[in-house]
Design a protein around this ligand. Structure first.
Ligand SMILES: [Ca+2]
Ligand SMILES: [Ca+2]
Length: 315
């Protein structure tokens, strides 16, 4: 169930903009400290939070985000199991978010009709198929900035996070697709920039994700234009995982009847079109990520790929 975050009374909530005040996560996000509460006090409160609730000003939060180089190696969307129904109430996490964010009552397991407003671009719809539920910090960006070291369960919790309304947000499919897996140095929504920056930073804090240099520069620049609001975040529990395993290699010289090396970075030989990638997943021709997957090994049959330790892509 959703855990709503409540800002302590000393930090009376003041709306930053009418739009933010009306946003579903505004109570968890925006706020202005009373004049007697200095940034230092808030920042020290943030430091005191050991794995629990962190409270900090936006600019201090940006300043304190650790900078690290991001690495995409080993990423596969399949490593994040998403849209699960963790509480077995028949709605998966996409439907849960649609239900939470609808401006009118919704019904059913598969939420189709409701009313949603995309804060990225102002689009309004009554048909959920026009909207995506966006991972505010995209799965690939999360992988690059820390999730590569998590175990599968932590990645699943991230991909389905209903514990903080900022992690998943219902927005127009067109805005989400224009964003793709880009961070604020590369893409910003047309509307709601300050809400976006504040929520981006909150999600990075919650999941202990680093930022890259360009991202920090952009966040700093954008944060300086926004109200220096208080951000309150409950940190998620992170469990480390084993390093991504390389799939076991086929027996013999690997060049036998069912397994072949790629012919170049993206292509397999015609006789062995099934691509096994370095994440241990194989993609078949026609699959969503087939063209983008860089094969490590190519197979004539799915059975041969499975025998070699690769598992089927779910997409
Ligand atoms: Ca559910
Ligand atoms: Ca980044």
């Amino acid at each position: 169930m959703l855990r709503r975050l409540v800002v302590v009374p000393a930090l009376a909530l003041l709306p930053f903009t009418a739009m933010v005040a009306s946003s579903p996560s505004a109570t968890a996000t925006a706020g202005a400290a009373s004049s007697s509460t200095s940034e230092q006090q808030v920042a020290s409160a943030a430091r005191a939070g050991k794995g629990g609730v962190v409270k900090t000003r936006l600019r201090a939060a940006i300043r304190h985000r650790p900078v690290a180089k991001e690495r995409r190696a080993g990423y596969d969307r399949d490593r994040f199991r998403h849209w699960v129904d963790a509480n077995h109430n028949c709605r998966d996490s996409r439907d849960e978010v649609l239900a939470q964010e609808s401006l009118v009552r919704v019904r059913g397991c598969d939420v189709r009709r409701g009313k949603w407003r995309s804060y990225y671009d102002g689009a309004v719809t009554r048909n959920s198929s026009a909207f995506d539920v966006d991972h505010l910090v995209p799965l690939a960006e999360a992988w690059d900035s820390g999730a590569r070291g998590w175990n599968a369960n932590t990645r699943r919790r991230y991909a389905n996070d209903l514990g903080d309304r900022r992690t998943l947000v219902a927005v127009s499919a067109s805005a989400n697709r224009s964003k793709s897996d880009r961070d604020p140095a590369e893409w910003m929504p047309r509307l709601g920039a300050c809400r976006y920056v504040s929520e981006w930073v909150a999600v990075k804090i919650r999941w202990r994700l680093s930022v890259d240099r360009a991202e920090k520069r952009s966040l700093t620049r954008l944060g300086n234009r926004c109200h220096n609001r208080v951000i309150k975040v409950r940190k998620a529990v992170i469990r480390k995982g084993a390093k991504p395993k390389k799939p076991s290699k086929p027996k013999g010289n690997g060049g036998g009847k069912s397994s072949y090396p790629p012919v170049n970075k993206y292509d397999c030989p015609k006789r062995a079109p099934i691509k096994g990638n370095q994440s241990g997943i194989y993609h078949v021709p026609g699959g969503s990520y087939y063209a983008r997957t860089t094969p490590e090994r190519c197979f004539t049959t799915e059975r041969a790929a499975r025998r070699a330790g690769y598992r089927a892509s779910k997409l």
